[in-house]
Design a protein around this ligand. Structure first.
Ligand code: HEC
Length: 111
């Protein structure tokens, strides 16, 4: 009897051990990837002027913490640059997914 309970407990434990962490690590992995990608893109292409918190202001770069641009305006700025000829990233960042993730990242810098 004791042995039977023991083996039921063991198999329940094995079931839990197998199922739970797999779903967790899958969903975690997805989140981390989205965040890391946008951050990596930003670090690569934007940090030099805007800084990691958006306030560096190199070459007169706008303070992204206080920016009021809409998603579409940010998107257009990334794609076409601004009227000063800054940020022409059209040929460098060309996937919609990358641009969208940068838009979210830029907005996440706001207070
Ligand atoms: C060479 C320096 C430089 C780099 C690199 C750069 N920017 Fe800019 N950014 C600027 C300047 C300059 C402005 C415009 C400031 C102005 O017109 O008042 C600006 C403005 C902006 C604005 C408009 C904010 C507002 O409210 O007016 C956004 C959004 C923006 N940048 C996002 C980005 C993103 C995203 C990247 C990377 C893909 C990037 N920038 C890379 C210099 C840079």
């Amino acid at each position: 009897m004791v042995l039977k309970i023991g083996s039921i407990l063991t198999s329940t434990f094995i079931l839990f051990a197998c199922s739970t962490p797999i779903t967790n690590s899958n969903s975690k992995k997805k989140d981390v990837n989205t965040v890391v990608d946008a951050k990596a893109l930003y670090t690569l292409h934007c940090e030099a002027c805007h800084g990691m918190d958006g306030t560096k202001g190199i070459s007169g770069a706008a303070n992204l913490k206080v920016s009021k641009m809409t998603d579409l305006q940010i998107k257009n700025t990334i794609k076409n640059g601004n009227d000063k000829g800054m940020m022409p990233f059209k040929d460098i960042i060309n996937s919609e997914t990358e641009i969208d993730s940068l838009v979210s990242f830029v907005k996440s810098l706001r207070n």
